[in-house]
Design a binder for this molecule. Structure first.
Ligand SMILES: [Zn+2]
Length: 109
């Protein structure tokens, strides 16, 4: 499994502006809730709230992270990432750096 931090850095090379928006507009404003982490830790899901709610999923089983979000930016573009996906990735990195598996944030597996 690809490490989350490595994935974040890999993403940041291509989508650095989106990553900044994900941190400033999603993560720092606590727009994510209902976190769910798969038992192997490679798939993270959350609900992004705002003017509308979107379901965000991040799958790190592959070499490159797969992001799924039904917001206008992410919808129908499997190779694209949106600020919600990257906000979720940053959240997961924070959880891991804090030594938490995130299970206290929501449903597990
Ligand atoms: Zn999105």
């Amino acid at each position: 499994m690809l490490q989350f931090r490595e994935a974040a850095e890999r993403i940041a090379e291509d989508w650095r502006p989106v990553l900044r928006r994900g941190e400033a507009e999603v993560l720092k404003q606590n727009r994510l809730r209902d976190f769910s982490v798969s038992s192997d830790g490679a798939v993270v899901m959350a609900v992004a709230s705002g003017s509308q709610s979107y379901t965000v999923q991040l799958d790190l089983h592959n070499q490159l992270p797969t992001c799924n979000c039904n917001c206008p930016s992410g919808r129908g573009h499997p190779d694209r990432v949106c600020k919600h996906s990257l906000g979720l990735l940053l959240w997961r990195c924070e959880q891991l750096s804090l030594g938490s598996d995130g299970s206290d944030q929501g449903m597990q597996g």
